[in-house]
Design a protein around this ligand. Structure first.
Ligand code: ADP
Ligand code: MG
Length: 238
């Protein structure tokens, strides 16, 4: 335990919550399949970034997480890699409909980046990723969603529109990521986020990532996460 505490301190990681899994030192410690390990090396990722060292074992253990770390710290892979594992763990993957992993991001640029990162790791697994954000034809997105996907990366407004159009069902969704939660609040997406969360079954894993943690985001986190582990890397303002 002492050793774990010192290792965290040396990386600038702070944690709170019950029974926090210990940080890993290398991707090999995650128990990933060879298919996923190959995809990781293909990206040139040699070792996990600091947030990944602590967030990966937490998320892989099935816990909810609040991850706070600055931009550029590698938060995307911290939720995408366990999402691939979560999806591949589903029995009879192709029998039900609708995304298993749902990722919300504040802007289409961010959603697009996450879409690209998800594709890199999902492709070799036969996992389908759909992007749902403004600037693309709603009809095209409707058709793509109807054809089926395991992951949807979305901006909140467009996702709500497509849910209203019944382009997709959230029946199968059990892995929800709110990325850049502070920016989604700044952009006024709180009602949309609450509506989306309300349409996803409560027995889900919920992940919230943010660069800062203002009171409003804190309050939402308390409402929608269950016994989360909080991980903070470096100095983070409110
Ligand atoms: P954040 O979401 O924290 O702002 P990103 O997930 O966008 O950060 O990652 C920032 C950059 O670091 C991206 O170009 C990504 O491909 C790269 N990256 C992520 N994880 C690793 C890793 N383990 N090794 C090397 N590069 C990485
Ligand atoms: Mg990010």
């Amino acid at each position: 335990e002492q050793e774990v505490a010192e290792y965290r301190k040396s990386l600038g990681i702070r944690v709170s919550g019950f029974d926090v899994p210990r940080p890993i030192k290398q991707f090999e410690d995650c128990g990933f399949s060879s298919t996923l390990m190959n995809a990781i090396s293909k990206q040139g990722y040699e070792k996990p970034t600091t947030i990944q060292c602590q967030a990966l074992p937490i998320v892989l253990s099935g816990r909810d997480i609040i991850g706070i770390a600055k931009t550029g710290s590698g938060k995307t892979a911290a939720f995408v890699l366990p999402m691939i594992v979560h999806i591949m763990d589903q029995p009879e993957l192709k029998k039900e409909e609708g995304p298993i992993g749902v990722i919300c991001a504040p802007t289409r640029e961010l959603a697009h980046q996450i879409y690209l990162e998800s594709k890199k790791f999902s492709k070799s697994h036969g996992i389908r990723v759909s992007a749902v954000y403004g600037g693309m034809s709603k009809l095209e997105q409707f058709k793509e969603l109807k054809a089926g996907c395991e992951i949807v990366v979305a901006t909140p407004g467009r996702l709500i529109d497509l849910l209203k159009m019944k382009a997709l069902t959230m029946m199968r969704a059990t892995y929800l990521v709110l990325d850049e939660a502070d920016r989604m609040f700044d952009l006024g997406f709180e009602p949309q986020i609450r509506s989306i969360v309300g349409q996803i079954r409560p027995e889900r894993q919920t992940l919230l990532f943010s660069a800062t943690m203002p009171q409003k985001v804190e309050r939402l986190a308390r409402e929608i996460l269950a016994d989360p582990v909080r991980v903070t890397v470096g100095e983070v303002g409110r």
